[in-house]
Design a protein around this ligand. Structure first.
Ligand code: MN
Ligand code: MN
Length: 459
């Protein structure tokens, strides 16, 4: 552990410098549970199922609108299997507000189109439509898996996961050989890699005795034999193409983790476990794991749905509070990822204000783009409050913004929470290669997020 050189100067320090060896060891241990969560939860549906499994084991039970509640009660509300709210009733009067964390559990990927299956020159493919912001070339020439559900006409839901078990086949999107790529290489990246070309290869062996579309027929036969589904069933389905394979340690020192979907499971998991592991809370606490952030937080399972307000209203009423007072006195951490400074792309970052790997949880006063457009911009008072909360708990934290001014931008669910008259700030783990099929985070940053959320819930 090292001390600051001059008490009047601010100097960013890493968790390694500031927190010491025991914290680092605890971070490595904590990361094991996170890796299990990542492997079990590649889609929002899987993340909800896994989160509920962990919550139930910790004594949380399903909430239905109108249920009575009292201090000490632990509930979860499962929203259509794609978004879940956990809440725990505190001893403090409900009018003193709720401590809320919100993370998202959807990640960029390739969704199958409604009519996906086709055959071209004896090769069978699935058409996709990408979900969220991706650099398209990153998804070519790598093993891919299929995760999701098909709802049959009779209402039965069939779950499909292909490409994750050791002996499973995987899916694949082809790329052009360098020998023939001179023309493509001369194009801009966005012209060379087009969404409509992200077609997933799923078969090449024809069905015996058939002449037309024999490979496609063989694939349909397989789907019917294995899952009892037909081609029309694929129209009432949500099937997601994601990178195949598991989360892995990165580096000779194993200090980092490479995985699909750190954005935003790297905040969802610590907020969930902080909620579950937390001591008896004074304030009522709520952990939101939400869908659709990557496409703008719209829809019934997104943060802009009225469901959040309905829950706050029901909690207020059941505990004899006033909903407006509850919201006015609540505080929210919008826990989403930040961009880690990457020395290989130095020109897009502003080093004094970028999140550095290993320097703890990253606090983002504002997001947005250009002249801070599209941000709720947390107040100095709120930042001061959070700073005191983090420092008193010994959490290692840093401030950051996404990149250089006018280079780009981004948003989170923060503004939707703030629009409800709830003081909200963005805080999360910073990520290398954000939105790539495999992203990288530091274990010590993950652990500081867990410690930060623990501190916030009880402060
Ligand atoms: Mn995110
Ligand atoms: Mn994202």
């Amino acid at each position: 552990m090292s001390e600051k050189k001059n008490p009047f100067c601010y100097e960013k320090q890493s968790v390694y410098e500031k927190a010491g060896r025991e914290t680092v060891a605890a971070a490595y241990e904590y990361a094991k549970g996170y890796v299990r969560f990542l492997d079990a939860a590649k889609t929002e549906r899987e993340a909800v199922a896994e989160s509920i499994r962990l919550a139930e084991a910790a004594g949380y039970r399903p909430y239905a609108f109108g249920d009575p509640m009292k201090a000490g009660d632990k509930f979860y509300y499962n929203n259509r299997g794609k978004n879940v709210f956990l809440f725990r009733i505190g001893t403090e009067p409900i009018n003193n507000g709720i401590r809320i964390t919100g993370a998202h559990i959807d990640s960029p990927r390739l969704d199958l189109k409604q009519v996906p299956l086709y055959e071209e020159r004896d090769l069978c493919f699935l058409k996709t439509h990408y979900y969220g912001g991706i650099r398209k070339y990153q998804w070519l020439a790598m093993p891919l898996a299929l995760h999701g559900v098909v709802v049959k006409q009779n209402g039965e839901t069939v779950s499909i996961t292909v490409g994750e078990k050791e002996d499973d086949p995987v899916l694949y999107i082809t790329d052009l050989l360098p020998h023939l790529a001179a023309g493509e290489n001369a194009k801009t990246v966005s012209a060379a890699f087009q969404g409509e070309k992200l077609n997933v290869l799923v078969g090449s062996r024809p069905c015996e005795g058939e002449e037309k579309d024999a490979v496609k027929l063989a694939v349909l036969n397989h789907l019917h034999e294995t899952y009892g589904i037909t081609e029309e069933d694929l129209q009432s389905a949500e099937l997601c193409v994601v990178p195949a394979g598991r989360a892995r340690d990165v580096g000779f020192d194993r200090s980092m983790i490479c995985a699909y979907g750190h954005d935003d499971r790297v905040c969802a998991y610590p907020s969930l476990t902080a909620m579950i592991d937390g001591d008896e809370p004074v304030h009522t606490t709520m952990c939101i794991l939400v869908d659709k952030e990557e496409t703008g937080s719209d829809g019934v399972t997104g943060m802009q749905s009225n469901l959040f307000m309905d829950l706050v209203s029901e909690i207020s009423r059941a505990l004899g509070g006033n909903e407006a007072a509850v919201r006015a006195n609540s505080k929210c951490i919008s826990s989403d990822v930040a961009a880690t400074y990457d020395p290989n792309f130095d020109d897009v970052f502003e080093k004094r204000n970028a999140a550095m790997l290993g320097c703890g949880i990253a606090l983002c006063k504002y997001t947005g783009s250009r002249g801070k457009s599209g941000t709720s911009d947390a107040s100095a008072e709120l930042v001061g409050w959070v700073r005191r909360c983090m420092n008193e708990a010994g959490v290692v934290w840093q401030t950051c913004e996404l990149g250089k001014v006018d280079i780009g931008g981004g948003g989170t669910i923060a503004k939707y929470m703030a629009n409800h008259n709830i003081d909200t700030i963005d805080m999360g783990v910073s990520v290398l290669s954000m939105h790539a099929p495999y992203e990288v985070i530091a274990k010590v940053d993950l652990y500081e997020a867990y410690r930060a959320f623990r501190a916030f819930y009880r402060f």
